[in-house]
Design a protein around this ligand. Structure first.
Ligand code: COA
Length: 373
């Protein structure tokens, strides 16, 4: 049996960012317009008026201050409230592949490796731009990688499920290395006209290079152990599957985009995640005081504060549990990997850290790593 290590990571960050104030101004203009157009029906009680959103609420409820998006103008146009991402021809690279390739090149460069060193590509994300051919196979071709590639989807937990999948293939000896990429275009499955969730998501892509842990020269993170769990819930759901996509249903189907019962998610996922991490650490005989860093899924600051405290048995010191959601918002599967990529260089050889993602399914995945080299 071989072992595996993370040898490189990369993040592609879109150039456009939307602050809470910009987002709220667009939403409120849309709401005013809607209310004016439906004034008679609102007066008659047959249509509900749309209340204003507020930057203060968004920050207090989530900790989010801004989010990156592939297209800003379409999202902030009160008459549109949806990104303008022109269709690409079949001869052009898909958007997800392009973002993932950018992040993958950074991960390869960090590891001092090239495409020739990679055996497989896993594109692990919450939504895929098309049914097939797999985005991962397109990424494989763009990077000129031999071997194989496939897409997988476990919503916000896709990254850790992808890491375990790659790690298990490396351990068994069927491959020596894999790129696990998480390109997330959350802006295109978010209903920007829904006040309860319009602030939640942003766009990004991440990549990790995972290699057989043998003769590695550079700094790397040994993957000590992985643990996954799922439990069915409808509280985070998107019905946009091909069976439902009939022409007459498309325009007014709110359920064809991200839907959640945020309060229930909050209450049900927190204990599931805290118990999952505690059990994983106990199984590995890892004590809380030996854990130098927690790279958590980035959905909500209060949630992360709670998990950090539960796992460490005290309020984490600054830097022990870094959040990136203030700048990126929730980027689905990519969140914990952005945190890992930006806040892992300073760990010393022998330090332990834990990556954890959680979300729709419900699903939760954790990865215990040890810095080496
Ligand atoms: N601006 C102003 N007020 C708003 C608002 C907005 N944008 N959105 C909601 N409100 C109002 C609500 O209408 C509600 O008003 P009421 O008390 O008069 O009914 C009040 O603020 C509280 O709304 P609620 O939805 O209960 O807020 P919350 O404190 O639960 O925060 C979330 C909402 C989504 C941030 C929070 O529930 C959450 O993060 N949950 C977990 C989400 C998660 O992890 N999801 C995984 C996704 S992958």
């Amino acid at each position: 049996m071989y072992s595996a290590a993370i040898t490189g990571s990369g993040v592609f960050t879109p150039e456009h960012s939307i602050s809470n104030d910009e987002l709220v101004a667009a939403f409120n203009a849309y709401a005013d317009q809607f209310n004016a157009e439906n004034a008679a029906a609102i007066e008659a009680g047959t249509v509900t008026a749309k209340p204003h959103s507020s930057s203060d609420f968004i920050f207090a409820a989530s900790g989010i201050e801004r989010r990156y998006v592939l297209d800003k103008s379409g999202v902030l146009d009160p008459a549109r409230m949806f990104p303008s991402l022109p269709d690409r021809s079949d001869d052009e690279p898909s958007l997800m592949a392009e973002m993932a390739v950018d992040a993958a090149r950074t991960a390869l460069a960090q590891a001092g490796k090239t495409a020739a060193d990679v055996d497989a590509v896993i594109c692990a994300a919450s939504n895929h731009e098309r049914a097939y051919p797999a985005i991962a196979v397109e990424i494989q071709q763009m990077l000129e990688i031999d071997g194989f590639a496939f897409d997988m989807n476990v919503a916000c937990s896709s990254a850790t499920f992808g890491i375990q999948t790659a790690t298990d293939m490396i351990k068994s000896g069927s491959i020596c290395s894999a790129l696990v990429v998480c390109p997330e275009i959350c802006s295109a499955h978010l209903e920007w006209r829904d006040r309860d969730c319009h602030f939640i998501f942003g766009d990004v892509a991440t990549a990790l290079l995972i290699e057989r842990d043998e003769n590695l020269d550079g700094p790397h993170f040994k993957i000590k152990s992985t643990r996954l769990a799922t439990k069915f819930s409808n509280n985070i759901r998107n019905n946009n599957g091909f069976l439902r996509r009939t022409r007459d249903q498309m325009d007014d189907r709110r359920d064809m985009q991200f839907m959640q019962n945020g309060r229930k998610v909050f209450k049900e996922v927190l204990p599931m995640v805290s118990t999952h991490i505690a059990d994983h650490m106990a199984e590995e005989d890892l004590q809380a005081d030996a854990l130098k860093r927690l790279w958590l899924h980035q959905a909500n600051k209060t949630m992360n504060d709670y998990i950090g405290k539960k796992v460490l048995g005290r309020v984490p010191d600054a830097g022990e549990q870094p959040n990136i959601l203030q700048d990126y918002a929730n980027t689905s599967s990519a969140g914990s990997i952005i945190a890992f990529s930006k806040y892992s260089d300073d760990l010393a050889a022998g330090d332990f850290g834990l990556i954890c993602s959680f979300g729709a399914g419900y699903s939760v995945g954790s990865v215990i790593v040890e810095r080496s080299g």
